[in-house]
Design a binder for this molecule. Structure first.
Ligand SMILES: Nc1ncnc2c1ncn2[C@@H]1O[C@H](COP(=O)(O)OP(=O)(O)O)[C@@H](O)[C@H]1O
Ligand SMILES: [Mg+2]
Length: 244
């Protein structure tokens, strides 16, 4: 079972889009579970557009972490992947963690007990919150979407600090990969790509191009067209992520 956290402590850095289409590409290769640890719930909206409020209240990632529902109740069947939905209640997770520090390790423990997935993809919020720590403690691979903006790159240093903190809890040696996203062919973009590739302690994966169809398909909650530029880019990303 390969557990992948998609994270960058910066909103708008293509985390959710990467998590969505990477999950689709992985689901063609094996049984996939998607976990939405972002209270914005973009993955939940994409994968479970018809989830009723009652179903959501019965089981979701917040209740799972706080021990108010079991794993089977938290997992919902999506079209091609299982999904543990995220909810706005995640805004209270940090307070719960202060009362009960073991929450930080709960997802790690639950995934060790429920190993019938080939791939697990976790989306995280664009800030250094407890949800991020929970996912870093549980995962092996950290995928950092980097878009060509100086702020997104600055945020990488903050994320590396968070990874260091998570390692104190778990002792895990994470594999850290950059997933360049929204990259064009301008000299500025290509120079930045070279800069990322020169950082030897991280793997820089093949870039995802900036594409109107990626944006609109995510917004319309549709799959990318098989064989389209976007589809091929995420398919390649999945192939590479599996190796790390
Ligand atoms: N490859 C891409 N090409 C064009 N637009 C993209 C691409 N990836 C993401 N976007 C757009 O960028 C915006 C931010 O992406 P999102 O995945 O929501 O970021 P985050 O989850 O980090 O906040 C969204 O409007 C999304 O549709
Ligand atoms: Mg997001």
């Amino acid at each position: 079972m390969k557990i992948i956290t998609v994270s960058n402590i910066k909103g708008g850095s293509a985390k959710s889009t990467t998590a969505i289409f990477l999950s689709e590409a992985l689901s063609r290769r094996g049984k996939t579970l998607v976990i939405d640890l972002d209270m914005q719930a973009d993955l939940t909206d994409y994968f479970l557009p018809d989830l009723s409020p009652e179903e959501m209240d019965k089981g979701n990632v917040f209740k799972l972490l706080t021990g108010e529902c079991d794993f089977a109740t938290a997992v919902k069947k999506g079209e091609f992947a299982d999904v543990i939905p995220g909810t706005i209640e995640l805004s209270q997770l940090s307070v719960r963690v202060m009362q009960n520090y073991s929450i930080l390790k709960r997802l790690d423990t639950l995934l060790k007990e429920n190993r019938d997935y080939d791939y697990v993809v976790i989306d995280t919020p664009g800030s250094a919150r407890s949800e991020l720590t929970v996912s870093l403690v549980a995962c092996h691979t950290i995928l950092i979407p980097v878009i060509p903006s100086k702020w997104a790159i600055r945020a990488v240093n903050l994320l590396l600090d968070e990874i260091g903190n998570a390692r104190e809890i778990t002792n895990k040696e994470h594999s850290v990969c950059f997933a360049p996203s929204m990259f064009g062919k301008s000299k500025k973009n290509l120079d930045l790509l070279e800069r990322l590739k020169s950082l030897e302690e991280f793997h820089t994966l093949s870039p995802i191009p900036k594409s109107e169809s990626i944006k609109s398909m995510a917004e319309k909650r549709k799959k990318l067209k098989t064989g389209s530029v976007g589809w091929l880019a995420y398919d390649q990303l999945a192939e590479e992520v599996i190796q790390y």
